[in-house]
Design a protein around this ligand. Structure first.
Ligand SMILES: NC(=O)c1ccc[n+]([C@@H]2O[C@H](COP(=O)([O-])OP(=O)(O)OC[C@H]3O[C@@H](n4cnc5c(N)ncnc54)[C@H](OP(=O)(O)O)[C@@H]3O)[C@@H](O)[C@H]2O)c1
Length: 324
């Protein structure tokens, strides 16, 4: 089968298409013929081994390879069709169209992927193309998880910092479904797209620091590792929550102290990417309450350009690799 592989950490050019052995599903696995995979910021971070939060790197090096990548195929989020099932699989049948997450196993930049049936895989939303479906699990699962942790109530004000990326575009839409008034913060080129997907207000971070605008928010959902905690806490309302997908040590250590001093919560977590949350996401997609903000679709052979596009941050939403 064809797969995009990489044998060393580095720039996008370390990625190339190669012919490798097709996986065989074991008794508890499904073999999925991959149609599309999202090209995520996380894939770029694993490829270059540079992370915005430095403490991530140590543990990840042990899992992913100290000197060179042990897992040579990136792609943690996919859509495709079940081709074969192991003897003990009963959740899926050959021909089922699915979408999901391969988590730290990765491997979706390939024509086939074998995964245990208990992984976060469910039937694909019937109204989405394969490319749209592949763009949903990362952003959708993370956004849903964090928006539920924030316990957003109708009428509350939410600011999403880094709203134009994979997680942010879903967070804007899910928070709107929960009844929040949403302010999206990102680069100027993303203003139209963010207003189109439902944001009520937009702040261009290149022109204005939301922490100095004089406005207060009930919830801040922060995708930007480097943003300062104390200044963000200062613009939260009295029962406000600061939610971060990218917790630095300083923010984790400061969480308790902040709560004691101000009564405002600092919430950080790794989204577990659970099957029940993917089912909930699927329902929201099928009811057309939310939709993946796909910007561009690249063929597998243009994976280097796809990674450059994600890293250059000139994209308006999500980038997808078409495999099939
Ligand atoms: N906790 C978890 O479980 C978990 C799970 C998945 C991902 N993550 C992490 O969460 C982060 C966000 O993920 P993602 O996939 O949504 O990333 P993404 O697609 O790259 O989105 C990040 C967005 O933030 C914008 N941005 C950059 N600097 C900014 C600033 N100073 N102010 C406001 N916006 C800014 C970027 O735009 P421009 O650069 O164009 O300005 C981009 O639109 C990643 O670092 C990822 O590793 C955490």
């Amino acid at each position: 089968m064809k797969a995009v592989i990489y044998n060393e950490y580095g720039g996008p050019e370390v990625l190339h298409v190669a012919e490798i052995a097709k996986p065989k599903p074991s008794d508890n696995e499904v073999l999925i013929r991959i149609s599309a995979a999202e090209v995520t910021k996380g894939d770029c971070e694993l490829r270059s081994f540079e992370f915005p939060v430095k403490w991530f790197s140590f543990g990840l090096r042990l899992v992913f390879g100290v000197f060179r990548p042990r897992k040579k195929i990136l792609g943690g989020y996919f859509s495709g069709t079940v081709e074969e099932i192991g003897a003990r699989v009963n959740k899926f049948s050959p021909g089922d169209e699915v979408f999901g997450a391969s988590s730290l196993k990765l491997g979706a930049y390939a024509q086939y992927l074998a995964l245990p049936e208990k992984y976060t895989i469910v039937h694909k939303p019937s109204n989405l193309s394969f490319e749209q479906a592949a763009a949903a699990p990362l952003g959708g699962l993370n956004a849903l998880h964090f928006m539920r942790l924030a316990d957003i109530q109708p009428g509350e004000t939410l600011l999403v910092n880094g709203a134009g990326g994979s997680i942010g575009t879903f967070a804007v839409q899910i928070a709107k479904c929960m009844g929040a008034e949403v302010t999206a913060v990102d680069a100027a080129i993303k203003e139209r797209m963010l207003l189109d997907i439902g944001a009520d207000h937009f702040i261009d971070y290149g022109k204005q620091d939301f922490r100095k605008s004089g406005r207060r928010y009930d919830v801040i959902f922060d995708m930007v590792a480097s943003s300062p905690l104390d200044e963000s806490i200062a613009v939260l309302s009295s029962a406000g929550r600061y939610v971060t997908a990218n917790p630095t040590f300083k923010k984790m250590l400061g969480a308790k102290k902040t709560y004691k001093k101000t009564g405002k919560k600092v919430i950080f977590a790794f989204a577990a990417e659970r099957e029940d949350e993917l089912q909930a996401l699927k329902a929201m997609l099928e009811e057309e309450r939310i939709s993946p903000a796909v910007d561009r679709i690249f063929p597998m052979e243009q994976v280097v350009e796809a990674h450059r596009c994600v890293e250059a941050e000139q994209r308006l939403g999500i980038i997808v690799l078409k495999i099939d």
